[in-house]
Design a protein around this ligand. Structure first.
Ligand code: HEM
Length: 164
């Protein structure tokens, strides 16, 4: 039986809707900043000797934005699928939020200071964030197997034509 580790006082769907849209705001602004760095041909970003920084900051932007969408998707699933909502929301929620901080944050810090092609020490946060993300996604995937996640079937044997 699946543990239901969910705090009834917390509206997890609302929390992830907010975290998701606000992280999209933040990481799309980062994308805009990267575009400005291109537009003005800024050496600290574009020089070949700084290609590690460019890769790290591009990865921070891309992962942060995509994770924002994952938060919004999770919020929608909580509202739309009772089976997903019946799963353990607390560990999923903390892991997803941790991943959104550590994965893009680690990439970003890894590009602030770097050493001869190797990212800075901040990059160590990225694999921790990746692990949290995999845990969260595994828990969500497992919750989708719950029968509660299907639409209620109409009662009776009247041949409603909705058999699958
Ligand atoms: C949900 C929305 C977005 C997602 C998922 C996303 C994702 C990505 C990904 C995966 C890359 C890497 C592409 C590659 O290197 O092959 C990238 C690069 C980039 N994105 Fe976005 N992006 C989004 C929105 C934006 C917006 C709104 C802007 C600007 C206003 C932007 C600006 C950039 C720039 C400038 C690069 C290139 C960075 C470089 O190579 O120096 N992105 N994005």
């Amino acid at each position: 039986m699946m543990a239901r580790d969910t705090d009834p006082a917390v509206d997890y769907a609302r929390r992830h809707l907010r975290v998701g849209w606000w992280s999209l705001v933040g990481f799309l602004i980062l994308g805009f900043v990267l575009e400005v760095l291109h537009g003005f041909k800024i050496g600290l970003y574009l020089d070949v000797s700084n290609e590690t920084r460019r890769l790290m900051w591009t990865l921070a932007h891309a992962h942060g934005a995509l994770l924002g969408l994952v938060h919004v998707l999770y919020a929608l699933c909580l509202r739309l699928f009772p089976g997903v909502a019946a799963g353990s929301q607390k560990p999923v929620s903390s892991s997803l939020i941790g991943a959104s901080v550590l994965l893009p944050g680690g990439f970003f810090l890894g590009g602030v200071g770097f050493y001869a092609g190797d990212p800075g020490l901040g990059i160590l946060a990225a694999p921790v964030g990746a692990t949290l993300l995999i845990i969260a996604v595994f828990l969500i995937a497992r919750a989708t197997a719950s029968p509660d996640s299907r639409q209620e079937q109409p009662e009776g044997h009247g041949g409603s034509g909705r058999r699958r």
